[in-house]
Design a protein around this ligand. Sequence first.
Ligand code: NIG
Ligand code: FE
Length: 409
Amino acid sequence: MTDPLLIGPFTQLLPMTNMPLKGALKDGQLEVIENGGILVYEGKIQAIGKFGDLKSKASKIEAVTGNTVCMPGFVDAHTHICHAGSRAKDYALRNSGKSYLDIAKAGGGIWDTVTKTREASKEELIKGIVERAATHLKSGVTTLEVKSGYGLTVEEELKMLRAIKEANDQIPSDLISTCLAAHMKPKDWNGSASEYLEEISSSLFPILKSEKLTNRIDAFIEESAFSPLEIGPYFQKAKAMDFSITVHADQFTTGGSETAVSFTAVSADHLEASTQKEVALLAKSNTIAVALPGASLGLGCGFTPARRLLDAGGALAIASDHNPGSAPMGDLLTQAAILGTFEKLTNAEVLAAITYRAAKALELEDRGSLEVSKLADFISFPTANYQEITYHQGQLKPDCVWKNGIKID
Ligand code: NIG
Ligand code: FE
């Protein structure tokens, strides 16, 4: 048993509480506690408020010095950080005029990473995840979703998901895994797309449950991947087994978000190609729209219509999509801030999208805001004004990160 520990004072403390899940936000809706403190007990928040008011309840104080802005640890709700190899060659080809789809058709793209990931041992994959998660943690990301999807056989997908599970046990951040065996039809599969999906759902899904590898099933719905028609029976099976659904939707062509909404997916991610029809559909639904500006920056294409999604009443999260192909940069705050400038998002909208709204995209009720009984996952930036954080577009890094109330060195 530990004693209640008071951490602070923070010049500004942004709990990100009492804000709606859906719709546009004004900066005036951000609660800012001046000279705030957080009382931590056994990894959770026991109290939050003015530092001076909490002193009498604390057994110990962890003093914070200088100007600091504290907020919840960031949640990155969409990454592919379990992989081997680089695709710098694809990036150069794209920048010399070849399209993402041209490169994929010519044997580059996702399949190139599949080949390299299959060659890697589980231990090599774990090492890569641990290193990348450490970089994300330094940038304030305390919870990261990580997808499989570069294995594309039952055994190779299992290798990836086991690597994610083992990496999670080795690091302070929390990894939330997702099965993306429906990333593309493997080039070495002798059969139809539907037969491949049938093999995955009947052979892999039960092992995901028995080994507790993931509760989440993702699919890439796209011309180069799977059609809504092919994915229908796959998602039906996943839902019948009580998996949550998430979708790579409307990245280049529409169709994915409609499927996502019809299967009450927890999130529809990408949405760069979404039109007003898809925006309206998502806004009416309980599916969280996840913008992935890192993919727009990596591919040099347009951004998700974040402003329109919010104005229509949708719930918007922003994630890094960190992957070796379309989104190699991986810096969530940089990408969220840049999306903010192009889409005219308020600070409240950007920060909500990488905290409590992102937690909701992962169905995590215990984090994303700083309130009593939630995880003591928070970060501080060396500034007196929260507006400086997006202003520096990711160059102002957190100076401290706490995970479960423990300061990470
Ligand atoms: O989210 N769009 C499909 N999948 C990934 C890209 C993965 C890759 O190119 O390796 C994405 O952008
Ligand atoms: Fe992705």
